[in-house]
Design a protein around this ligand. Sequence first.
Ligand code: IPD
Ligand code: CA
Ligand code: CA
Length: 264
Amino acid sequence: MNVSTWQTIYECAEKWIFEAGELLKQSFTEKRTITYKSNFSDLVTDMDKKVEKFFIGKINETFPEHKILGEEGFGDEVTNADGVVWIVDPIDGTTNFVNQQFNFAISVGIYENGEGKIGFIYDVVRGELFHCMKGKGAYLNEKKLPALENTSLNEAVIGINATWVRPNTRIDHHRLIPIVKNARGTRSYGSAALELAYVACGRLDAYITMRLSPWDFAAGIILIDEVGGIVTTASGDEINVLDKNSIFAAKPGLHESILKEILR
Ligand code: IPD
Ligand code: CA
Ligand code: CA
């Protein structure tokens, strides 16, 4: 596809994200309908569904040949990465949306034949839009984000959820203790998309989590790549963008040292 087509896709995505953000802001005064998915902490609201359907309607109308992978399942059954695929998380951080009305984001990653092309993560309440088009740099609103530079673990602030530092089925939690012990600090925001955006803009030096779905990381990994950060699975393998993965995102150098000295 040529450059002007990608520019059109970019502009449409940006416009729809702002419109979806308005829907979410307006919803704050209404009573929410909350249902549970796999367990009592796995929430979905009427707004997750409404926003996903909003994107699907717009994308289908404007780019009928594109495929859509959405968390709430209203999109397509995407079985391969061929063509243009929009990967949409209508609300990343639904628990925060319900409990805090803060610290959640809309995440949209657009891929062509498996390659990340466009990433948008929109923190609706703070009015922070993280965005990028492959090869053109990453931005926080109008500000271009600088390339990430190495930092040492003892100067680093690491995004990690406490879940992974207690016994769990995904990793021997003892292996993560040196990260918590040796880092300057750890943080958990409850929105993987925001945590990845924070790695891209340097608020976090790294983020590690043992299980995310494509819609949680699709946009974030494009943003981080655009500023020279490294994203792999927690064992250092390449991410399969259509699968659940563990995710380890970090500044270059820091990624290598944590992987070599702690995770492997
Ligand atoms: C969740 C958030 C959370 C992460 C979970 C995700 P959701 O997404 O990103 O931070 O730890 O694994 O499922 O359900 O709020 O869209
Ligand atoms: Ca999510
Ligand atoms: Ca979600």
